[in-house]
Design a protein around this ligand. Structure first.
Ligand code: HEM
Ligand code: NAG
Ligand code: NAG
Ligand code: NAG
Ligand code: NAG
Ligand code: NAG
Ligand code: NAG
Length: 525
């Protein structure tokens, strides 16, 4: 019997129905959802990319400036400010701008002064791939920053599907010296009215500092920065209450600046006679209002972008599911099964089944736990599985409450593909009855460097494949050897020799597409 495991905190089911077919550039929205879910849930241990570690604890600085900590840098504050500066230049009426990583091309503008843009992009580059844009990385960055800084754990619904811009957007981020009318007009164009602008600014200025290195006219200390409140590493209403009560840091440097031209926060806060600030002074109201405004900011995207439904951490999940074919023509499906659990004892074995055209297979079971991890939503345990299939005709692998589609008519065989220090030969298998006269190609989605931004750009490269034999009912194909990546953007852990993270691959026979595969077997040298 399959007894589905459930836990109280991790919502059990992802609803794919309405969005299962949504694609952008040949990538399934489901793959995007599962990729961002992975960074959100797999914080430590097996299968972790360390994304949340960048803002753990909240006061952490993971950027690349050698003297960053002395300069008062804090990664969580950088990540929150990043979303604001990327999105506030949106024009809702025109359907342009929003969270689209265009900020990467804008780091040298005076309105974007500071280390935050390149620090953030350099940290997030390794987790950009065809499944996860930089813009989605940036959105996740805000959500997890608030969690590690003490905000409500599940406060902001997270969606996937943002698309990266390939050039700079318009300028217009308000500065300390910007007058009130101009500031309100800029926020209004991005969809925020006066009281929302006041609230959003107070929400953002709950974290981080004004830095001497960026605003020497405002901050007099020769090093470091001055917080907007006494708790710059706690996402809380202190900034509001210290302002209203005249305690602590009085609302921070943009309230108290010696030159009144620089008092942009004060101009905003008193523009409605402190009514919005007073309404925000209760902690619970502050959290609710801020979450709601941050959510709207995260979901401000160019009109062509279709975001996914809100994502829930998955109790059961498949990781790196791939197919292979033996020299006898027997197809196998393998991968890992992840279970996310909190208080309930983790299961000892994982039953799974395969669905074929003839029905559901007998129950198979994986008994080999291969790793464990932990994170915001609980603990994880991983099992490996590998089963031969009845092929052709196997359509899914099923466990817990999830169903993973399998396409055994045409599939990449990562285990047989060759990666000789970045020179990649892609191999695939196709049902011989389908081959006909169509052309067989492999498409590689490669994160590479681009001019003017540290954010990687995904380029898809199509390469020809030729058949090199048959096994059973299948014809085997191989591409020529192709060298991808290189480019070598400066410094930074994980930056490596290319622009970003892992390569995603699929095979095409005319119009018939395999599922895409993201495998470290295709990583660059
Ligand atoms: C009129 C509106 C705003 C102005 C003029 C403004 C201006 C500034 C300035 C001058 C700094 C200091 C930056 C540095 O020295 O590194 C700052 C920091 C910050 N701002 Fe704003 N801001 C505004 C609204 C917002 C909003 C709406 C958010 C987020 C929703 C936000 C989030 C932040 C954060 C998190 C920091 C701290 C950054 C760090 O410590 O690295 N700001 N802001
Ligand atoms: C490759 O990228 C181009 C845009 O540069 C897009 O039009 C095309 O559909 C992509 N091809 C595949 C196979 O995804
Ligand atoms: C701004 O929008 C909020 C809803 O978020 C509304 O309650 C408020 O009345 C609006 N304020 C102004 C000044 O239009
Ligand atoms: C708003 O609050 C600030 C800080 O407490 C105070 O200095 C100011 O006089 C108040 N302004 C109005 C119009 O209430
Ligand atoms: C205050 O700032 C404004 C705008 O930057 C500048 O024009 C003015 O000279 C400054 N005043 C003083 C006393 O520094
Ligand atoms: C799974 O087993 C089959 C043989 O049944 C083998 O061809 C395939 O390479 C194995 N997959 C993995 C990931 O080891
Ligand atoms: C950030 O990196 C980009 C790309 O390397 C570079 O052009 C830009 O000057 C850098 N910005 C800052 C402020 O260092």
């Amino acid at each position: 019997m399959i007894v589905p495991f459930s836990s109280s905190r991790a919502a059990p089911l992802l609803m794919f129905g309405a969005v299962a077919c949504a694609q952008f550039n040949g990538i399934d929205i489901r793959d995007k959802i599962e990729e961002i879910e992975h960074l959100w849930v797999d914080n430590r241990g097996t299968n972790s990319d360390g994304f949340v570690g960048g803002v753990t604890p909240c006061a952490n600085y993971i950027g690349f400036a050698s003297n960053g900590r002395n300069r008062g840098e804090q990664t969580s504050a950088q990540w929150v400010r990043m979303v604001f500066h990327d999105s506030v230049t949106a024009n809702l009426a025109a359907g342009t701008g929003g969270v689209d990583a265009s900020i990467g091309f804008e780091s040298n503008r005076a309105e974007n002064s500071g280390l935050f843009i390149n620090d953030t992009l350099q940290f997030m580059r390794p987790t950009v791939n065809a499944y996860l844009s930089m813009a989605d990385n940036i959105a996740l960055g805000l959500v997890v920053s608030l969690v590690t800084c003490g905000g409500a754990n599940t406060g902001i619904p997270l969606r996937a599907g943002r698309i990266d811009a390939v050039e700079a957007g318009p300028a217009g981020v308000p500065e300390p010296t910007t007058d009130l009318a101009t500031t309100l007009a800029q926020f209004a164009a991005a969809g925020f009215n006066q009281s929302e602008t006041i609230a959003l600014t107070a929400c953002g200025h709950s974290l981080g500092r004004t830095h001497y290195s960026n605003f020497p006219d405002i901050i007099s200390s020769l090093d470091g920065g001055v917080g907007f409140d006494s708790t710059p590493a706690a996402f809380d209403s202190s900034v509001v209450n210290e302002y209203l009560e005249g305690s602590g840091l009085l609302g921070g440097p943009l309230v108290t600046a010696s030159n009144s031209s620089d008092q942009s926060d004060l101009r905003l806060y008193i523009s409605d006679k402190n009514i919005t600030m007073q309404a925000l002074s209760t902690e619970a109201v502050f959290q609710t209002q801020c979450n709601s405004l941050f959510e709207r900011m995260l979901n401000t995207v160019p009109s062509a972008v279709i975001l996914s439904d809100p994502i829930s951490p998955m109790t059961w999940k498949g990781v790196s599911i791939i197919l292979d074919i033996s020299s006898a023509g027997v197809v196998s499906v393998s991968g890992s099964i992840r279970n996310l659990y909190t208080t309930i004892t983790r299961p000892a074995t994982v039953p799974f089944t395969l669905t074929t055209s003839a029905g559901t297979s007998a129950i198979l079971a994986s008994t080999s736990a291969i790793g464990a991890g932990s994170g915001i939503f609980g603990s994880t345990i991983y099992w490996s599985f590998n089963s031969t299939t009845t092929s052709p005709g196997t359509t899914s692998v099923n466990f817990g409450d999830v169903v993973y589609p399998v396409n055994d008519q045409i599939f990449i065989t990562p285990l047989q593909s060759i990666n000789n220090r970045g020179a990649i030969t892609v191999k695939a298998a196709v049902l011989t009855s389908l081959v006909g006269s169509s052309t067989m190609t492999a498409v590689l989605y490669v994160p590479g460097t681009q001019q003017g931004s540290l954010s990687p750009k995904i380029t898809n490269t199509t390469i020809a494949m030729t058949s090199y034999g048959t096994v059973g009912l299948y014809t085997l194909f191989a591409s020529g050897s192709t060298t991808v990546g290189g480019g070598g953007a400066p410094g930074g852990p994980g930056g490596g020799g290319g622009g970003g993270g892992t390569i995603v691959v699929k095979a095409l026979l005319g119009d018939i597409a395999s599922r895409t595969v993201k495998s470290t077997l295709f990583a660059r040298a």
